[in-house]
Design a protein around this ligand. Structure first.
Ligand SMILES: Nc1ncnc2c1ncn2[C@@H]1O[C@H](COP(=O)(O)OP(=O)(O)OP(=O)(O)O)[C@@H](O)[C@H]1O
Length: 802
């Protein structure tokens, strides 16, 4: 156990201030190394700090300080160091800061903007960790199990509003009340009191519609809501009118009167802090003094606290770097030397004072006088009649993962938020439907109205009266073939010469050119009759010559296929009309009914499984990727954490909310895809639904990862959008994975959508059951990805919370 002691007693020889300071430091360091008691009994540190002539030769006598005594304080900070930025380029915010806040007091933390007050407070509530040093809050270390901090033992009002704009005042109170485990009736009672006390408007007014000052008061009400043991208020009186400010201070004085409640308050209105029992004057990450206001004024012979602060700041500014001030070193101030009634009495400096200023145990007496004696509570907690040091009254973090109240609050928040935001609601349900409709209408249908430039020299230039005989007539066969071409797909444009037709294709006026020779019919008949004895000229003349624009693969292949099928139909018709076997027109490959799918496969059926999963997956990503970021930016995430909500609870509440949304989206997507647009579904609908929901969950968890990693919403959007195309392209949604280079194939298999797409495709088009490896692998892969994403999110959230 670490305990420190400074024992300063009267010394006969004066020591230089520097040595004295070094001695205190040594005692300090000894104590930190764990041998405190020996320091106390055998080697009392004695310091004479009379060098600047203010101390009047008084000696500092250290008092015993132990973990026990630290735990008796409401807050005790020792040798706190905190920096932002990297170790190489740190921005030091707290520098060997010591602070002691006795139970039952109001402690005003004053200091210029940027001196580190908020940082210190956020360390006290467990939102940030020190780089080194110790913090004790209500007998425990913030963030440790059973300390109740963060949790309901603390009421925290951050500097920013940190509330949900879409909530009414009442809903805001209910949210935090439930998190703190209060029953609704008690919350309502408290709310009625706070509405009246803080002069708030109707409880049904939305927070976003309140004025800045009103919003701050709601934020203050939230901190007061559960009547916590320790209130930490970061500038609660900003934007509050003087009357209300006075009434807030009056309230703080009242609640601390019985000695059970403690308040730490920062304010820029220095003079209002006169009402505090103790004041910590902070500058450049250190406390310059920690005294009662009257002691500060007396000591420094000032009329206002502002003057005191200026004096101390100047003193600190004048100190030579590297040479510790007599009044600053090891928290012993000039103030402490001046303090006390009798000159020859030693001044006790303990780690309880912990500050540059006065021994707090001494000033306590003064505080009692100044504050109606309520501080005698400070003396209650001595060994023997002490209350349990660590009061595990918030046992949720000891043994339970969550509580009903917290879940109720978090779920209500998530659902209400969606409900109150019409845009989000539309986005959630209209977008998937719209995407499915657009996909089914725009993708996979045969193109129509394709222009074909036809040159038929058999008919002697342009003729639309190309005679067609549907019997066994062997004349004008070119016309008979042209008639066979699908009229919906192909628009026939006639040209006089081959060059004109080719120019039309080159100019983009036609997708292909079709050319019939002058004696096409005769040559074709001869070719059929002569068979293998046909000469080259006959073969040449009987050909239909085609030049296609293959720049558009789909159109080119379709025209190619249509021209061939039309010839087959034309030849079969002619043969059967002439009493020949029409099969003679077929190539000698017989395509029987396919095992799966149809002989005329639809691109829609190929893409649909991947599209279903992509829609559900990325909608979930879009919904969740900014959820945590928005909460974080609003400050609500921080505030909920300080109220005792864990990353697991936050994540779990979002998972539940999104799961409900997901079920709705999945239902809509599948209904429109399968029931309305009749995309083929041969498999078991139950497993199709399960896989789709799982993919939605997977997308949601991916969204959580994004929102846990990204600090800004725009970064999250960039990451979500950036991941869309690679995933779509590599997952075999629009092109078979088998067509990729080997390395990409392996990457593709590792993506969350690939195996799931294969699985869904197998179920929809092949009708495979869950016992097929291709099917169940998709489920396994999805579940593994969900677990992985959730773990990453949880770890990142935990790290960030720290
Ligand atoms: N998250 C952060 N990352 C990096 N630097 C930070 C961060 N938060 C605060 N700082 C820096 O730390 C210093 C102390 O900031 P802090 O907010 O604690 O000051 P403060 O005393 O509360 O100021 P104010 O009275 O204006 O609120 C400032 O220089 C600030 O720029």
């Amino acid at each position: 156990m670490v305990s420190e002691a400074f024992k300063l007693s009267r010394v006969s020889e004066k020591k230089p201030a520097k040595d004295a300071a070094a001695e205190v430091r040594e005692a300090n360091s000894l104590a930190e190394r764990g041998g405190p008691e020996s320091v106390v009994s055998t080697s009392p540190a004695t310091v004479d700090v009379d060098k600047d002539g203010v101390g009047n030769g008084r000696r500092l006598v250290t008092q015993q300080s132990s973990v026990w005594t630290r735990r008796q304080q409401a807050v005790c900070v020792r040798h706190a160091f905190k920096h932002y930025g990297t170790n190489k380029n740190p921005n030091h915010v707290l520098q060997n800061l010591n602070m002691t806040v006795a139970k039952g007091t109001i402690y005003g933390l004053l200091g210029a903007s940027g001196c580190g007050k908020t940082t210190l407070l956020s360390c006290l509530v467990g939102r940030r960790h020190l780089n080194s040093g110790e913090i004790w809050v209500l007998g425990g270390k913030p963030g440790t199990k059973g300390s109740g901090v963060p949790g309901k033992r603390v009421g925290y009002m951050p500097q920013e509003i940190a509330l949900l704009g879409e909530f009414s005042i009442r809903e805001t109170m209910m949210y935090f009340g439930w998190i703190f485990g209060m029953p609704s009736s008690e919350i309502q009672e408290r709310l009625d009191f706070l509405l009246n006390f803080l002069d708030l408007p109707s409880q049904n007014r939305l927070v976003k519609n309140l004025s800045g000052g009103q919003q701050r008061r709601v934020s203050f009400a939230v901190a007061l809501m559960h009547d916590p043991e320790l209130l930490i208020l970061d500038e609660p009186t900003v934007g509050v009118d003087p009357l209300l400010r006075q009434s807030i201070w009056h309230h703080l004085v009242q609640i601390t009167k019985d000695g059970n409640k403690t308040v730490i308050i920062t304010t820029h209105y220095i003079e209002e802090a006169r009402q505090a029992h103790a004041i910590g004057l902070m500058r450049s990450g250190k406390l310059l003094a920690e005294e009662s206001p009257s002691a500060l004024l007396t000591t420094y012979n000032c009329l206002s606290l502002e003057e005191v602060f200026l004096k101390l700041s100047r003193k600190q500014g004048n100190s030579v770097p590297g040479v510790p001030d007599a009044n600053m070193t090891n928290n012993i101030s000039v103030a402490s030397l001046n303090w006390g009634n009798k000159k020859d009495e030693p001044v006790f400096v303990t780690e309880e004072s912990g500050v540059v200023g006065l021994n707090f145990h001494q000033s306590k007496e003064m505080l009692i006088n100044e504050s109606n004696g309520h501080l005698d509570a400070l003396n209650k907690n001595r060994p023997g009649k002490s209350e349990p040091v660590v009061d595990c009254d918030d046992c949720t973090d000891c043994c339970k993962l969550t509580t009903r109240g917290k879940m109720r609050a978090l779920l209500q928040k998530n659902f209400l938020r969606m409900w109150r935001n019409v845009g989000v609601m539309l986005f959630i349900f209209a977008l998937p439907v719209m995407q499915v409709i657009l996909f089914c209408l725009a993708i996979g249908r045969n193109p129509t109205g394709l222009h074909l430039a036809i040159v038929n020299h058999e008919m002697n230039f342009t003729t639309k009266e190309c005679p067609v005989y549907n019997n066994c007539s062997l004349s004008w066969l070119s016309c008979r073939y042209i008639q066979q071409l699908d009229n919906e797909t192909i628009v026939k444009d006639y040209y006089e010469t081959k060059d004109q037709a080719l120019d039309a294709v080159r100019m983009g006026e036609a997708w292909g050119a079709l050319y019939f020779t002058e004696n096409f019919t005769d040559a074709l008949v001869a070719r059929m009759a002569l068979g293998q004895s046909s000469d080259n000229e006959t073969l040449d003349q009987s050909e239909i010559r085609v030049w296609l624009d293959m720049s558009n693969q789909q159109i080119g292949l379709m025209l190619n296929r249509d021209l061939q099928f039309s010839y087959r139909d034309f030849a079969q018709d002619l043969l059967s009309q002439c009493n020949n076997n029409p099969k003679l027109a077929d190539i000698p490959i017989q395509f029987k009914d396919p095992i799966y799918g149809s002989n005329n496969p639809s691109f829609t059926d190929f893409v649909a499984p991947g599209v279903i999963l992509t829609i559900v997956f990325f909608l979930a990503v879009a919904l969740t990727s900014s959820a945590l970021i928005i909460e974080r930016m609003e400050g609500l995430l921080d505030r909920s954490w300080v109220a005792g909500v864990s990353p697991f609870e936050i994540l779990f509440s979002h998972v539940v909310t999104q799961f409900v949304v997901m079920c709705g989206q999945t239902a809509l997507v599948l209904i429109f895809m399968i029931a309305v647009f009749e995309v083929e579904c041969k498999g078991d609908m139950f497993w199709v639904i399960i896989l789709t929901i799982l993919q939605g969950l997977c997308g949601m968890c991916f969204g959580f990862v994004i929102s846990a990693i990204c600090e800004l919403e725009r970064n999250a959007i960039q990451l979500a959008l950036g991941s869309f195309y690679p995933t779509l392209l590599l997952s075999g949604v629009i092109w078979p994975v088998e067509g990729m280079p080997i390395v990409l194939r392996y990457i593709s298999l590792g993506l969350p959508l690939t195996m799931a797409t294969t699985s869904l495709r197998s179920m929809l088009t092949r009708g495979w059951q869950i016992n097929e490896p291709d099917v169940y692998n998709g489920f396994f892969a999805t579940i593994i990805w969900i677990a992985l994403f959730l773990t990453i999110s949880l770890v990142v959230l935990k790290v960030k919370r720290g």
